[in-house]
Write a protein that binds this ligand. Sequence first.
Ligand SMILES: [Zn+2]
Length: 150
Amino acid sequence: MLTTPHILIGAAIGSQLPHAWQIVPAAAASHFLLDSIPHVQGYIDVEDLGKKEVVFLLADIAVGVGILTVLTVGNPIGEMLWIGAIAAMLPDFHHISQVLFGPGSLSRYQKLHMKFHWKRDMKFIPGVATQILIIFVSFLFITKLFNLSS
Ligand SMILES: [Zn+2]
């Protein structure tokens, strides 16, 4: 799963729950749920991460963080959206450890993480559509709250 849908669904959870102690576990759990949904760009193989993939990954993170920044500026519950977004990304942080300390690091966690992950190949359009749908639904939740609080 791309990072942007993870970030936005985390933010959507942050927009719906009043307390950080509720947001963090729910958003972290949403990560595994999203990973299990059929989608393209399955798993990042850190061992042969090319320049193109790195640029793509960084662009994906930049898009997600950019959208989140726009949604949270001047938002009274912006902090909650960020908490949700960060918690929703946390389960993928072993990738950073793999880049820094080698592909073998956190291998047990990696195996657990993979258990939830959609592994089959998928056609590009439906595989992207599921992710766009997640972004769209998250957006609805986040913006609905905007209306309520204004
Ligand atoms: Zn993941």
